[in-house]
Design a protein around this ligand. Structure first.
Ligand SMILES: Nc1ncnc2c1ncn2[C@@H]1O[C@H](COP(=O)(O)OP(=O)(O)OP(=O)(O)O)[C@@H](O)[C@H]1O
Ligand SMILES: O=C(O)[C@H](O)[C@@H](O)[C@H](O)[C@H](O)CO
Length: 237
């Protein structure tokens, strides 16, 4: 088992930095809406999607189904797989985002769901992706109150994640501290250690938003980040 301090990765860098894809990771605890939001973004922009839950080894699924939270070790190799599958999926040819269409071209991209609950998990993804010059990474971290997650899970059938896992997801989750949220009244930050801000993250609190409203916000984040690339010439899309 690789150590959590390990920083080197096993993903090859993309040769031409102008071709670096965007990887948008839709993160957050169970039932915050990751799959729903990721599917909507992928459809809106015609981009491929990676469902992180599909990449868990069977032992992880069995463990969660039996109501046992995953440990750091359980998540470590899975996170590395999520990173490498996302890189492979984001390589051209991918559809250019049609909403930004016309003559303008954007980088290739993919939308990935992955809980990425703790800061050190996001740091691992950073070291595997941005750190190795394989992608431009952005997290959209969805969150909600425990009560709301319990309500959503209760309404949902046929999913391995049951109500008894909500507490551990909430306790484990370290909501990223971002410039936007820092100093906001009542916001205590993520890991409580006053670590660096995570400005490659956008946090969306979903309690009081409908699914459509969350999708609208997330689509806008992706659109703005892709628009900021316009002007960069990218061949091969
Ligand atoms: N903003 C919202 N308001 C109300 N219900 C929502 C909202 N977002 C998602 N839901 C509902 O919550 C449930 C969980 O959504 P979804 O499967 O997208 O979450 P998830 O984070 O991918 O979950 P998991 O990681 O457990 O697979 C679904 O039934 C969905 O319809
Ligand atoms: O890190 C974790 O504990 C897991 O990835 C979970 O978050 C679930 O897989 C997911 O949310 C499905 O319910």
């Amino acid at each position: 088992m690789a150590s959590l301090d390990e920083t080197e990765g096993d993903i090859s860098p993309v040769a031409d930095s102008h071709q670096l894809p965007h990887i948008f990771i839709i993160a957050g605890p169970s039932a915050t809406g990751k799959s729903t939001v990721a599917q909507a973004i992928a459809e809106t922009f015609g981009l491929p999607m990676v469902e992180g839950d599909d990449l868990h080894p069977q032992e992880n699924i069995d463990k969660m189904s039996q109501g046992h939270p995953l440990t750091d070790d359980d998540r470590w190799d899975w996170l590395k797989t999520v990173a490498s599958v996302s890189v492979d999926t984001s390589k051209p040819p991918t559809s250019p985002p049609h909403e930004l269409g016309g003559e303008r071209q954007c980088r290739p991209a993919c939308i990935t769901t992955c809980s990425a609950l703790k800061r050190k998990y996001r740091d691992l993804l950073r070291s595997q992706l941005s750190g190795l010059e394989t992608a431009i990474l952005h997290f959209i971290f969805l969150t909600a109150s425990e009560e709301e997650l319990l309500r959503r899970i209760e309404e949902r059938n046929n999913h391995f994640m049951k109500k008894n896992m909500v507490r551990s997801q909430i306790v484990t989750a370290e909501v990223p501290r971002t410039l936007e949220l820092d100093g906001e009244e009542g916001f205590e930050g993520s890991d409580g250690d006053g670590g660096d801000l995570e400005n490659d993250c956008t946090v969306i609190w979903t309690d009081n938003l409908s699914q459509d409203e969350v999708v609208e916000k997330a689509v806008e984040v992706v659109k703005q980040l892709m628009l900021s690339d316009i002007g960069t010439e990218i061949d091969g899309l």
